[in-house]
Design a binder for this molecule. Structure first.
Ligand code: NAD
Ligand code: UDP
Length: 324
């Protein structure tokens, strides 16, 4: 049985940082559908207003354009108390780790501390979007939440990995020091519509290349693995965590592990593309294998992914092909 302590529905006010991003905008949609009032706070560094365009005229929704690493602006939308604060703001593509590393460090650290303070003030539940990257290049496979990880603290991915590890540490400190009601979700590779074709992450990159008929750029031999999750499954897990009152950390994703070569071949086939596969240099510290142990999510949240990889990929390809 899932531990459902509280439902966040009608009448509840929820702040979603990063709400104009890929995952954040899908989360906003689900929260609104449950009857909540939602305020997204986003500086659009990797997100887009387009992701929220369908909400124009929705009275229970507002977007505040602001950098959450700075003090929150004094605007009416942010004045009243929030019942929950969900911190999803952060660039998440490895191409951003070299492009904007300091911004990534700040949104994982300074912003997390500020939002935790606000959660204390509001007596809100705080949900942190953490990541499988806290496990680094894991030496344990699959990865349970009890694994402490294998992260290079000075490598090119460290701005992201260590910022998220700091964010988890900060969250735990507020639980211990203030008894704050928190939940930490460790998100594994998630994909779907509203990812930017030029995002840099593997699935939008491969789909965009396949649809253009360009070679798919597989890093290294393509033997490295990821376990891919369609966005509707992820968001269901996140909302279950919000409702549950569980602290976690809890892994969320799928056990659909595949090599990047298999992923490339599958996308070429599903897109009906004639693209070839081109093997190119692999970035440093690229994790070799990644698959979540989902025991905690299934027992504590009754979470299990429903969307098969081929179905989710086909759907995403259709959206990209339609320019949606
Ligand atoms: P995304 O880039 O689409 O969304 C991130 C959003 O945060 C964007 O809208 C961006 O503009 C906003 N943002 C970044 N810095 C900000 C700042 N300082 N102030 C305000 N807004 C800011 O990426 P995503 O895939 O949707 O990721 C969302 C969250 O989930 C991130 O915290 C990410 O680390 C986490 N996550 C995602 C995945 C995944 O596979 N998608 C995996 C692990 C963790
Ligand atoms: N990758 C690839 N080609 C690309 C982009 C990424 O082969 O054009 C590989 C990358 O090296 C990694 C995997 O795909 O092994 C997943 O990369 P992504 O950037 O999506 O996310 P990560 O899991 O590394 O954070």
């Amino acid at each position: 049985m899932a531990n459902v302590r509280r439902g966040y529905g009608a009448g509840q006010r929820i702040m979603v940082t990063g709400g104009a991003g890929f995952v954040g905008s899908h989360l906003v949609d689900v929260l609104l559908a449950r009857g909540s009032t939602v305020v997204a706070v986003d500086n659009l560094v990797t997100g887009s207003k387009e992701n929220l365009a369908h909400l124009a005229g929705e009275r229970r929704f507002a977007l505040v354009e602001a950098d959450v690493s700075q003090p929150l602006p004094a605007v009416p939308e942010l004045e009243a108390r929030f019942d929950a604060i969900m911190h999803f703001a952060s660039p998440a593509s490895p191409v951003d780790f070299t492009r904007i590393p300091i911004e990534i460090l700040r949104v994982g650290s300074v912003a997390t501390l500020q939002l935790l303070e606000r959660a204390v003030r509001d007596q809100a539940r705080f949900v942190l979007a953490s990541t499988s990257e806290t496990y680094g290049d894991p030496l344990v496979h699959p990865q349970p939440e009890t694994y402490w990880g294998n992260v290079n603290p000075i490598g090119i991915r460290s701005c992201y990995d260590e910022a998220k590890r700091f964010a988890e540490a900060a969250t735990m400190a507020y639980v211990r020091a203030h008894g704050l009601d928190c939940g930490i979700v460790r998100i594994f590779n998630t994909y779907g519509e509203r990812m930017r074709p030029d995002d840099g992450r593997v699935i939008p990159t491969f789909i965009a290349q396949a649809l253009r008929g360009d070679p798919l750029t597989v890093h290294g031999t393509g033997e490295q693995t990821r376990s891919i999750c369609y966005v509707s499954d992820l968001v269901r897990g996140i909302v279950a965590l919000l409702d549950s009152g569980e602290l976690g950390p809890i892994n969320c994703g799928t056990e659909q592990e595949m090599t990047m070569r298999e992923l490339a071949e599958t996308i070429v086939r599903l897109a009906g593309s004639t693209s070839e596969i081109r093997y190119v240099d692999r970035p440093a510290d690229d994790p070799e294998r990644r698959r979540p142990d989902l025991t905690r999510a299934s027992t504590l949240l009754a979470y299990w992914p429903r969307v098969a990889a081929e179905a989710g990929l086909r759907h995403t390809i259709e959206h990209f092909a339609g320019g949606a």
